[in-house]
Structures are given as structure tokens and as C-alpha cells.
Design a protein around this ligand. Structure first.
Ligand SMILES: C[S@@+](CC[C@H](N)C(=O)[O-])C[C@H]1O[C@@H](n2cnc3c(N)ncnc32)[C@H](O)[C@@H]1O
Length: 269
């Protein structure tokens, strides 16, 4: 089994953050599942289910087990316990990094991942692996960020440095925080036909769920971003003060990163 190395980890606070984030975003994924027509008997694989709210939703839709790849022993054991409770049976669960997982060939109708590809080095190699595991005519559906819309209004002076630090943080382990926008081209390169790209952008004022979602993640991680020059600990401290001041102004506005749904189909022959 590969050692679990993942930027955000699986500590209790991260698990709680994932749950709150899922509450805000799960309806967008449910819409995607509805558009795809995920239904009874589909063979589905989810990559990186984390706290597992969408995994349980996929099981409800196929009315049976769903396979998954989840390298965190904490997340996977919690998910196993939830799956025992819903009565849909045990799916295969690989506790390994996707790249090391011995997936079956030409097996799945749908492979789904939300907020996983932004962490992965060499996304093309990972996509090739998924294509091999799909049946002819099967679908890959990935939801991930196109970060470029992320903004706070009024714009704090440290914003540009902060945005570069955000990119550098994910790049430090080979990921791309804005992978969503590259997926359609990458799909083409691995032989998937792009069927859909749908964007969702959430905006919010102080005290809204969107403001809380973005503040929770970014204020928590700011001290780690401060290690990505040219963004410094001083910039991080200043931005934190401005962020908290903006949170007290009812006219402040946060525009979130775009979530892109990118769906591709493996040709039938
Ligand atoms: C930000 S969380 C997203 C969790 C969940 N998909 C969601 O939407 O709430 C990223 C997930 O990807 C998993 N992950 C990280 N690196 C991975 C890899 N190399 N292969 C498979 N899963 C990975 C993590 O363990 C975690 O469950």
C-alpha cells in the first residue's frame, strides 16, 4: 500500500471542512448526476470520495455498491462504516493512490471525481488509466476548479501575491489548482470525446455560506501559503486583517473559484 501523502490531509478539522463544503456544493454534483442519467445497475467508480456524501448519493442512484479509490485510511474506514448502514452492499475500495490502483479493464459506465485532480501530478497519465477502466461508451465526469474567478471586492493590495501563493502551494506537490480549465484539452489527448463543460460560480457577502466556505479554507491555510515567496508571512498577516475587516462590511463581496464539470465519453469502437 502506498503511504498516504496528500496536501490537505485527513485530520478532524479538514474532515469537518469537507462536510461543510459538501453541504454547499453537493446540489451541483446531484445536478450533474441527473444530467448524466446515473441510474439503476450502472457500474460506477468514484475517485477520492473523502467524507463520502457523493459516494452515498451515487449508491442511492445505482441502487447498489459503487467502487472507490481512497488512499486515506481515515476517510476509507469512515466510508466503509457508512456503506454498511445503507444496505446497498460493499463495493470495492482501494486504499491506494489512483496511479497505483489495479483497476479492472473496460468495466465502468461512469468514473467520477470531485476536487481530486487538482492535487495530482501528471493528470494525463491518471486520465489514461481511467480510460482503460471505462467500458466503450463509458463516461468520465470530473468536477474541479478553474481558479481565475476568485476575487474579493474591494480587492486587498496583497491579493495578487496571495493568488500566486495559492497556485504555488498546489504546484509544490505537482498539482494544478486550476486544472479544471485544462481538462477538455487533456480529455482530447487521451481519446475522450468532450460531451459537456458546465461552469458554476458562487458569490457571497459576509455571513453567507459562500463567505464562510472561502474564509474557512483560506484563513486556515494562510500560514502555509506564507511559505510561498514572494508572498510572505507579513503579507499573510496583512491580508488576514483585511479579510476580517471586510467580513464586518455588509457591502463586501466574495466571488468564488469556478467549479467546472467536464464530461468525456470513451468512443464505442
Ligand atoms: C479535497 S478532498 C475531496 C473529497 C470529495 N471528493 C469531496 O468532493 O468532498 C480530496 C480527496 O482526494 C483524495 N486523494 C488525494 N490524493 C489522491 C490520489 N493520489 N488518488 C486518489 N485519491 C486521492 C483525498 O484522500 C481526499 O479524499
Amino acid at each position: 500500500m502506498s503511504r498516504y501523502k496528500y496536501l490537505l490531509g485527513d485530520a478532524r478539522l479538514e474532515a469537518a471542512r469537507l462536510r461543510a463544503q459538501a453541504e454547499l456544493w453537493d446540489p451541483v454534483s446531484h445536478d450533474l448526476f441527473r444530467r448524466l442519467g446515473v441510474g439503476h445497475g450502472w457500474k460506477v467508480l468514484e475517485i477520492g470520495p473523502g467524507q463520502g456524501s457523493l459516494h452515498l448519493e451515487l449508491r442511492r442512484r445505482v441502487r447498489g455498491p459503487v467502487d472507490c479509490v481512497e488512499p486515506s485510511p481515515v476517510f476509507s474506514s469512515r466510508l466503509r462504516a457508512s456503506c454498511r448502514r445503507d444496505g446497498f452492499g460493499a463495493g470495492r475500495m482501494w486504499e491506494t493512490a489512483l496511479i497505483d490502483t489495479p483497476l479492472p479493464r473496460t468495466w465502468y459506465d461512469l468514473i467520477f471525481a470531485r476536487w481530486v485532480f487538482l492535487f495530482l501530478p501528471d493528470p494525463k497519465a491518471h486520465l489514461r488509466k481511467l480510460v482503460r477502466a471505462l467500458k466503450p461508451g463509458g463516461l468520465v465526469a470530473i468536477q474541479d476548479y478553474h481558479r481565475d474567478t476568485l476575487a474579493m471586492i474591494p480587492r486587498p493590495p496583497e491579493w495578487d501575491g496571495f493568488i500566486s501563493a495559492d497556485r504555488a502551494f498546489f504546484a509544490s506537490q505537482g498539482g494544478d489548482v486550476s486544472i479544471g480549465g485544462r481538462l477538455p484539452t487533456l480529455y482530447g489527448r487521451v481519446g475522450l470525446k468532450v460531451e459537456e463543460t458546465v461552469a458554476t460560480i458562487k458569490t457571497g457577502r459576509p455571513n453567507s455560506a459562500v463567505w464562510r466556505w472561502l474564509s474557512w479554507y483560506f484563513l486556515d491555510i494562510m500560514h502555509r501559503y506564507a511559505k510561498s515567496p514572494p508572498f510572505t508571512a507579513r503579507d499573510a498577516a496583512r491580508l488576514r486583517r483585511q479579510w476580517l475587516a471586510a467580513s464586518r462590511e455588509k457591502t463586501s463581496l466574495m466571488i468564488g473559484p469556478t467549479l467546472l464539470d467536464v464530461v468525456g465519453r470513451k468512443p464505442s469502437s
